[in-house]
Design a protein around this ligand. Structure first.
Ligand code: S3P
Length: 431
């Protein structure tokens, strides 16, 4: 599937975005470990979350889907069954990393595999701490496919996170549920805390303060009825499209605004963005709100703040589009994690921005982007959903049409993207 975006006049309207991807993954895992039947509404029916759902159903968990609601019949902490085949996790890094923490603690062996991109992503960052707890993994170069030898008797861990990654933290938290004694994790920078919040919402004994988390093993997850907020990271493509378009104003309703996720708001505001947060409320320990956006004149930014970067980690492709439309030269440093996402996001964005006439200079840990006139042209997604959606957002305001080649990856996180963009008057077509 290719996407063609033509310049549109004004973007306007009120929209919602599908459920949060990170929270949807955790819903499947903790719903499966719960005792009783849980219901999660506004579940993200994207390929990544469906890969986690398929993996758990391959281990005997009964789930049913009704529209965007999933019902999960929890099997308790020790109720998973051995899968009869390798678990295929497609493109999903979150599925792979979180499930390593779960599978290594089972009474059975298993194997996980994924697509080409996932099979190139680093897994030692998760396997190293999990091995310290007594888990056993076999892989080539620390990449998928991975054979997992189940071990039901795990040691506790006292671990300081060396990589700023919620996936690593969450894998260790999940493993700690199955350890012999209490475990403790310390982090030096902010990473998303949906795991901790959902465990608390399900009354699991986990305690967290600013930078440390302790987990009691062998606790119980109460079944829950949980409404998943809209995915802030998906909303960002609509926000960016609106900010850089003339005479535009949109409102995105019921979006998750967990403080560990909204670094983008701070960055965009520093660049001059007019964004308001309205109608704040809490849904099962996750804050949500409506986001009102108005077209803005943007200025460049210099960014190297690790905490801000970590809380905007998935938003950089979209932030680079803001920089391309801003006045002046923006510089971004400390972005090494972007090199190991669904694609090397520094490189994927640099190649495409240059193709569209924007001056960029890439370096090992970052990039400088000089705002200018974006011409039209053809871009490559490198199999990366966020690269595709960032250029779709840009296409509303570029000088000529942008054709995004092979954009199928958007179904991993935002299957209704084209429909939602049309709802705010974007001239986007599937080719
Ligand atoms: C995620 C954590 C982040 C993020 C990813 C989802 C999660 O990855 O980029 O899209 O759900 O825990 P890292 O943990 O590698 O930072």
């Amino acid at each position: 599937m290719d996407l063609l975006i033509k310049q549109s006049d004004a973007l306007t309207g009120e929209v919602t975005v599908p459920g949060d991807k990170s929270i949807s993954h955790r819903a499947v895992i903790f719903g499966s470990l719960a005792e009783g039947v849980s219901e999660f509404s506004n579940f993200l029916m994207g390929e990544d979350c469906l890969a986690t759902l398929k993996a758990l159903s391959d281990m005997g968990v009964k789930c049913s889907i009704n529209g965007s609601k999933i019902t999960i019949h929890g099997v308790g902490l020790r109720g998973l069954k051995p899968p009869t085949k390798s678990l295929n996790l497609g493109n999903s890094g979150t599925s792979a990393r979180l499930l390593l923490g779960l599978l290594g603690a089972q009474k059975f062996n298993s194997n996980i595999k994924g697509d080409k991109s996932l099979s190139n992503r680093p897994m030692n960052r998760v396997m190293d701490p999990l091995r310290k707890m007594g888990m056993e993994f076999f892989s080539r170069n620390g990449k998928l496919p991975i054979n997992i030898l189940g071990n039901e008797s795990l040691n506790e861990i006292n671990y300081e996170l060396t990589v700023p990654s919620a996936q690593v933290k969450s894998a260790i938290i999940i493993a700690s549920i199955f350890a012999n004694k209490n475990s403790k994790i310390t982090e030096n920078h902010v990473t998303r805390d949906h795991t901790e919040r959902m465990m608390l919402a399900m009354n699991y004994p986990i305690f967290s303060d600013r930078d440390s988390i302790s987990i009691e093993p062998g606790g119980k997850f109460d079944a829950i009825n949980f409404q998943i907020p809209g995915d802030f990271s998906s909303s960002v493509f609509l926000i960016v499209a609106c900010l850089i378009s003339k005479n535009s104003s949109i409102t995105i309703k019921n979006v998750g605004i967990n403080p560990t996720r909204i670094g983008f708001l701070e960055i965009a505001k520093r660049m001059g963005a007019d964004i308001k947060i309205l109608n704040k409320k809490n849904l099962n320990k996750e804050p949500t709100a409506d986001i009102q956006v108005i077209s803005s004149v943007l200025r460049s930014i210099e960014l190297n703040d690790r905490n801000l970067i970590s809380s905007a980690i998935d938003e950089f492709p979209a932030i680079f589009i803001l920089a391309a439309f801003a006045k002046g030269k923006s510089s971004f440093d400390g972005l090494n994690e972007l090199r190991v996402k669904e694609s090397d996001r520094i490189k994927s964005m640099a190649i495409n921005l240059e193709e569209l006439g924007i001056e960029v200079s890439e370096h090992e840990n970052g990039i400088a982007i000089t705002g200018g006139v974006m011409k039209g042209g053809e871009i490559e997604c490198f199999g990366d959903h966020r690269v595709a959606m960032s250029f779709a957002a840009a296409g509303n305001s570029s000088k000529a049409k942008i054709l995004i080649k092979d954009a199928d990856s958007i179904i991993t996180s935002f299957p209704e993207f084209v429909q939602k963009m049309r709802q705010i008057n974007s001239l986007i077509e599937i080719k």
